[in-house]
Design a protein around this ligand. Structure first.
Ligand code: NDP
Length: 280
């Protein structure tokens, strides 16, 4: 019987612990304040931002919202970031991606102070991760490490295959698994014989953005499968990048969608906000 990795339960435990930490910080006079910036009307972004604000409320982090119109210029956005960088009350700044096409995401990410970059996207934080120094780590891969550890899944010495090499999931995931002493292979759209490679994985992490792409043919018996993907199907239900029903009989553990990786991303964002407040 496969172990269902319960991201909802684990993320709730993490948020409960953070709630206590925030209360203690407040007693010592330190406020935890997160600034959340959204530009435009992207419906998925609105849902993500709403969920992040709810998590802040639950933990006791104050969130300041900037809901900016689609026509906002890059200069206007950068000015807001400059103001927030200089505001000692604000400990974390999050600019919800994607941004409208006329705004350069790299320029915006670089403008956020690395000390307030709770998403862990700033090149300084990414660089720190590469060389094993302290810094903010991208929330989704950071959450996956917590899921594995809290589910007592051994990482040290295991073969880990990651499908996807995005800057926010695949690449930081590879670095984190390396830090945990896994042997890591990263696959992408140019990878040849993908099935042969994924079948070597003790731990298979899938972040390709294609619904139900990975079926039982890609998975070895007893593998642990982590599904990062999230897609709304025609029947309005959510599914991942993994065909859950197809792989379930073969795996030793798996994350469901919803209720697996998704809730952990927000929990780790909250974790980063609290760490940012402590270090400030
Ligand atoms: P991207 O689109 O940025 O990256 C997808 C990656 O998958 C790329 O590296 C791409 O390769 C690779 N890829 C695409 N097709 C194939 C293929 N046929 N074979 C092998 N590799 C392939 O996606 P993200 O990393 O941002 O997100 C991935 C998924 O995770 C999405 O469904 C997204 O919604 C979800 N997500 C969920 C989060 C959560 O909290 N649950 C958070 C972030 C993302 P190449 O580089 O060559 O193009």
């Amino acid at each position: 019987m496969a172990q269902l990795i319960d991201g909802k339960k684990i993320s709730t435990e993490i948020k409960e612990a953070l709630k206590l930490e925030v209360a203690q910080l407040k007693e010592k006079g330190t406020d935890c304040v997160l600034a959340v910036i959204q530009v435009g009307e992207d419906p998925a972004s609105k849902v993500y931002v709403r969920n992040k604000k709810r998590a802040c409320e639950f933990i006791g982090i104050e969130s300041i919202s900037y809901e900016l119109p689609e026509e906002t210029t890059q200069e206007e956005l950068l000015q807001i970031i400059d103001k927030l960088n200089a505001d000692s009350k604000v400990k974390g700044i999050l600019c919800q991606l994607p941004l409208p096409k006329h705004i350069n995401e790299d320029t915006v990410i670089k403008r956020i102070s690395p000390q307030k970059d709770v998403d862990g996207f700033h090149p300084e934080n990414v660089g720190a991760l590469v060389i094993g120094q302290k810094g903010f780590v991208s929330c989704t891969p950071f959450g996956i490490i917590q899921l594995l550890k809290k589910s007592n899944i051994e990482i040290d010495g295991k073969q880990c295959v990651i499908v996807g090499r995005s800057n926010i999931v695949g690449k930081p995931m590879a670095l984190l698994m390396l830090r945990e002493n896994a042997t890591v292979t990263v696959c992408h759209s140019h990878t040849k014989n993908l099935k042969e490679i994924t079948k070597t994985a003790d731990i298979l992490i899938v972040a390709i953005g294609k619904p139900k792409f990975i079926n039982h043919e890609y998975v070895k018996d007893g593998a642990v499968v982590i599904d990062v993907g999230i897609h709304r199907q025609e029947n309005n239900k959510l599914c991942g990048d993994v065909d859950f029903d197809s792989v379930l009989p073969k795996v030793s553990a798996i994350t469901p969608v919803p209720g697996g990786v998704g809730p952990m991303t927000i929990a780790m964002l909250m974790h980063n906000c609290v760490e940012g407040s402590k270090n400030y």
